[in-house]
Each structure stands twice: as structure tokens, then as C-alpha cells.
Design a binder for this molecule. Structure first.
Ligand code: ADP
Ligand code: 5GP
Length: 202
């Protein structure tokens, strides 16, 4: 199929438990040219997660080697220094060049690094409707210990004010409505003249 658009890089951030993965799954199901950037991480795999699908689960040593070789677009540690996360650069280049919509689910520090390197990236912040609801969701997800939940709540309090630097804010109260908002953002960004005009066929 002939290309009709520039590629789109959409960065989604927000507190752990806000519902980023849930929304991204929904939006991606409905978009043909969507591609999710699978991050590398040194954290332990959670029940239900699949290596290569949710993350590339790698050793700290392997992570640091890749970092040294310039293999990450951005990287960060989260909740202290115990877990490292990074976005592999090569597949992003490939999918952007193919005109795909590339989704990144990364934290606020990573998003800042992406914006510096690729200013055309679109930044979307996802919040829960309240901190109480965030805690409820983290508990209901059942993948974190009480200590981890406490650390994630503290991280959320630090992350939320940084939403002001993003292009869009999606409040994930009712899931379907929030997914529709995210879908609308992607559609609007694809309709930008800068992305479409170079591909007009007449
Ligand atoms: P994140 O990717 O931001 O860490 P998840 O997508 O894993 O968050 O969602 C955290 C938990 O909250 C999951 O159990 C998910 O099913 C639930 N969840 C997501 N969105 C909503 C919503 N709008 N209403 C209620 N629960 C939700
Ligand atoms: P979790 O451990 O809950 O999957 O993710 C914890 C946090 O790390 C989330 O805020 C998530 O967005 C972020 N994260 C996941 N992958 C990456 C990545 O590649 N880079 C950065 N900077 N953050 C990431």
C-alpha cells in the first residue's frame, strides 16, 4: 500500500496504574498501522506478562551494554535504582520510516528525553480520576506488594505536576470514553498538514 502520511510517534506517560496499557491495547486494536514499542527492562516479569510482548526482560549487564552501544532512544530507572527501562532505537526508526503510528509507554523522564531528541513526538499524559482510584487500581491489578504500591503512589505524586508539559491530557475515568479520546488525538495528529500534505497524490 502506498504511504499516505508521515509516521507518528506518540508517547504515553502517566502514573503506574492509571490505565495506559489498557487504553493502548484498545486503541491499537482499531488501528491498522499501529506499532507498540516494546521496552527493555531489568525488572522481574509479572504474572501474565510475556517476554518480547510486554517487555524485553533482560539482565542488568545486557541493558548496560546496549546503553553503551547507543541502542536506546531514551532510558531511565524507576522507583529507585532497582529497575532500568529503555526504548530500543532501531525498530522505532524502521516503523517511523514506514509511516506507522508508533506508541511508547514510558515515564515522564523518558518522555523528556524523547522530546529533546525528536521534537515532532506527541506527548499524551494519562491520569486516573483521583489518587484514591489510582491506589484502588494498583491493588486490584494485584501485581505489586504493599511496599511497591506505596512507592508507586509516591512516584505518582511527583509525576502528576509534569503533565503540564504534555500536549494532551486524558483522564481515564470511564475506560471507553478515555480510549475514544486517545483515538481522537491520534486521528487529529494524522490529519496535520505537515504529516499529510507531502503525500497528496495530485
Ligand atoms: P498502567 O499501564 O498505567 O500501569 P493498567 O492499564 O495496567 O495501568 O491498569 C491498571 C489497572 O486498572 C488494571 O487492573 C486495569 O484493568 C484497571 N483499569 C484501567 N483503566 C480502568 C478504568 N477506566 N476503570 C477501572 N479500572 C481500570
Ligand atoms: P511498570 O513496571 O509498571 O511496567 O512500569 C513502570 C514505569 O516505567 C511506568 O511509568 C512506565 O511508563 C515506565 N516505562 C516503561 N517502559 C519504559 C521505558 O522504556 N522507558 C522509560 N523511561 N520508562 C518506561
Amino acid at each position: 500500500m502506498q504511504r499516505e502520511n508521515e509516521g507518528l510517534l506518540l508517547v504515553v506517560s502517566g502514573p503506574s496504574g492509571a490505565g495506559k496499557s489498557t487504553l493502548l491495547h484498545r486503541v491499537m486494536q482499531e488501528r491498522e498501522n499501529a506499532w507498540f514499542s516494546v521496552s527493555a527492562t531489568t525488572r522481574a516479569m509479572r504474572e501474565g506478562e510475556v517476554d518480547g510482548v510486554d517487555y524485553h526482560f533482560i539482565s542488568r549487564e545486557c541493558f548496560l551494554e546496549t546503553l553503551d552501544a547507543g541502542g536506546f532512544l531514551e532510558h531511565n530507572s524507576y522507583c529507585g535504582n532497582d529497575s532500568l527501562y529503555g526504548t530500543p532505537l532501531a525498530p522505532i526508526r524502521t516503523h517511523m520510516a514506514a509511516g506507522d503510528c508508533v506508541f511508547l509507554d514510558i515515564d515522564v523522564n523518558g518522555a523528556r528525553q524523547v522530546r529533546e531528541k525528536l521534537p515532532e513526538a506527541i506527548l499524551v499524559f494519562v491520569t486516573p480520576p483521583s489518587m484514591e482510584e489510582l491506589e484502588t487500581r494498583l491493588r486490584r491489578r494485584g501485581t505489586n506488594t504493599e511496599a511497591q504500591i506505596a512507592r508507586r503512589m509516591a512516584a505518582a505524586a511527583q509525576e502528576l505536576p509534569q503533565a503540564a508539559a504534555y500536549d494532551y491530557l486524558v483522564i481515564n475515568d470511564e475506560c471507553e470514553a478515555a480510549a475514544q479520546e486517545l483515538q481522537a488525538i491520534v486521528t487529529a495528529e494524522y490529519c496535520r498538514c505537515t504529516r499529510r500534505f507531502p503525500y497528496l497524490k495530485f
